[in-house]
Design a protein. Structure first.
Length: 247
């Protein structure tokens, strides 16, 4: 057996896995687990899911040297820790926890996706070591400034939806950016949009719905975005019409 799915039970303790050393995927989501224990002998694990449990501390993961994906969303985690040995990790999902700062990630040099939506973050920091990061999901936090991405040159997707960010800045160095999700932020200046994003040839999607950019002049909003960013193919949920479609 290589996959075990124990999704949506009333499991409170991890046990009985001693002989399952060939496991590749293990899913304990939607249970009542408080502590991660008795799994670090599962050396072949690549995907591990603990969504919606009662976990407060990231622990017991030492030895999972080829783990590729770790999903801990919907728990009670306050501190990012215990991940130092997971150097093969490519995806880390920590949404809907109680995390106040980004830390403990320096050794995760292969991480491509980091998701921290619906936490208690007020700033972007601690990402310097994530040089291969491609997607950063930070929606529904309390982040006030877009910064801290100087070393993350491979970023393709940034989601800062529903953060009190007033200025679009510190993105000009991200040449591979494809999608920027910034709906319901406080961004108000089209000149910042043009300055930070116009030269990005790979950029195809932007979301500014619910920002002052859209709310102040809703009838002109889409045209202003297209003027500032002629390369864009999608604004919010709507595709942009091509010039030959209008003729």
């Amino acid at each position: 057996m290589k996959n075990i799915d124990l999704y949506d039970n009333i499991i409170g303790h991890i046990k009985g896995l001693d002989d399952f050393t060939e496991l590749i995927l293990l899913d304990f989501s939607f249970n009542k687990i408080k502590h991660i224990k008795r799994i670090n002998h599962l050396k072949k694990l690549r995907d591990l899911y603990f969504v919606q449990n009662k976990i407060q501390t990231i622990e017991g993961l030492e030895g999972l040297d080829i783990l590729r994906q770790l999903e801990l969303g919907g728990n009670r985690i306050r501190v990012i820790e215990g991940l130092e040995t997971l150097t093969a990790l490519e995806e880390l999902w920590l949404g809907k926890n109680k995390i106040t700062s980004i830390q403990g990630l320096d050794s995760l040099v292969n991480l491509k996706i980091l998701a921290l939506p619906s936490n208690r973050l007020t700033s972007i920091s601690g990402l310097e070591g994530l040089v291969n990061l491609e997607e950063l999901h930070l929606s529904d936090n309390g982040i006030t400034k877009l910064s801290g991405l100087d070393k993350n040159l491979q970023l393709r997707v940034i989601d800062i939806t529903r953060n009190p960010i007033e200025h679009l800045e510190n993105l000009s160095h991200l040449e591979h950016l494809e999608e920027l999700w910034a709906s319901y932020c406080k961004i108000a200046d089209f000149s910042e949009v043009e300055r930070e994003l116009k030269d990005k040839e790979e950029l195809n999607t932007v979301y500014f719905e619910g920002t002052p950019l859209q709310l102040r002049q809703p009838a002109l909003y889409r045209n202003k975005v297209k003027l500032a960013l002629p390369q864009i193919k999608q604004i919010d949920a709507s595709k942009c019409r091509l010039s030959h479609e209008r003729s």
